[in-house]
Write a protein that binds this ligand. Sequence first.
Ligand code: NG6
Ligand code: CA
Length: 505
Amino acid sequence: WSCLAALLLAVVANHVQAADTRLPNIVYIYADDLGYGDIGCYGANGIKTPNLDRLATQGLRFTDAHSPSATCTPSRYALLTGEYAWRKPGTGILPGDAALIIEPGRPTLPSLLKQAGYTTGCVGKWHLGLGKGNLDWNGEIKPGPLEVGFDSCFIMPATGDRVPCVYVKDHRVVGLDPKDPIQVNYTMPIGDDPTGKDHPELLKVKPSHGHDSTIINGVSRIGFMTGGHSARWVDQTMAETFNRKANEFIEANQDRPFFLYYATHDIHVPRLPGARFLGKSERGVRGDVIEELDWCVGDVLATLDRLKLTNNTLFIFTSDNGPVVDDGYADGAVEALGEHKPSGPLRGGKYSPYEGGTRVPFLVRWPGKIKPGDSSALLCQIDLLATFAALVKQDVPAGAGPDSMNLLPALLGESDQGRDHLVEHANVLSIRKGSWKLVSGVPGRELPKKVAAKKKAARRPAELFDLSKHLDESENVAAEHPDVVKDLTDLLDQVRQRSPGSASR
Ligand code: NG6
Ligand code: CA
């Protein structure tokens, strides 16, 4: 008996140890255009987000975490490569027919995790280009997510408001009828589908700016497309479709360490929530899609609970850039805003160099490992590549993730120490250090030489803010602190000139 008992004990001990040393699963939910003040635990008004609020109660709520850029493509590029997007021309907001902008074979956040034994999945919005240019949507769609570190993907190629309006699973358009081939064009009309410009009477929601090309599902988009009728998505079921795919990925990989990159379409335009969320919030469709997003997060959390994976899963929820109310469709969001402040106490939002452009909600939960609370550590999504590498004990290869810093102690709430400084990226570059913020006149993207020279001459003077005194960047104190302006300008220059690969880690 004692022998058997000892054996049993050994088996149990072994099991416990195995569970303890197993690498945690990582679920990363990337909301689109969700602002710092858009959810309950960050002060939303008239919008209920009980699931995200629960996540905040059970985990760490960061108050100074940033997306790398104030728009989508550069943020995602920087997150996945660990390189500031402004270093690399061609990483601005991409059209739906753009080629992939991450070089296959380059070490990426998912490829490092894969190397550590993770199964990696990508669900939702991609917007980093597909193929090598002139892509045939009816054939093999590659390179794409699978060539830069993901084992599987179920994606929307670009954005909800850009054609082609179809899902892509791994290398193929889902549900495509070969007899009705897809063609996409971003320069001229193609096929017989009506456009918003010529047939506004067919629209469910009218554009307020641009967005007047091919009409798909009663919504005119950016870009022209023809064909692929059986494959076209229905906006109102997009959130639940992606959520089902996210849950399926978790379910299929429950027995091994997995990394799920789940980038939602919510709360980007066009805002067409599922029927049960329409009119649910007090803040019009923009509030409704936030509540839909919250439901989606809750549903993924429930899947983890059901599969008993909650305790061994590092769960991160954040957003790719700050908020925007009218982003090109007259959908009533502006009128319904009421007391709600999408950026909370911050100035600016999507596209803006002020804090609202990049400071976003950032919630991290890992029960038993991360003590619930708040953290004011300055961190950026660009740091996750080096931070995850440290977590899973992988070396970051020389030259990879040049701007990514290992902030594992901060991520786990063991330290309040975040970055020493951070470059924020919008139409101009800004730099943060301590409580100082300098909004420079330096453009956030490479300009043609002639234009650059002209612009340099016409550069607006730098603005300086002390965020500890004016979090809302309401008072420019550049004139009072020329020394700080100079130091930060020099520091920004240093970071800009640092050749990728030599950044200190
Ligand atoms: C802009 C679009 C906007 C949105 C954005 C990309 C117009 C007038 N505006 O050019 O609607 O699609 O691009 O958003 O077309 S992002 O979150 O993917 O960066
Ligand atoms: Ca976005």
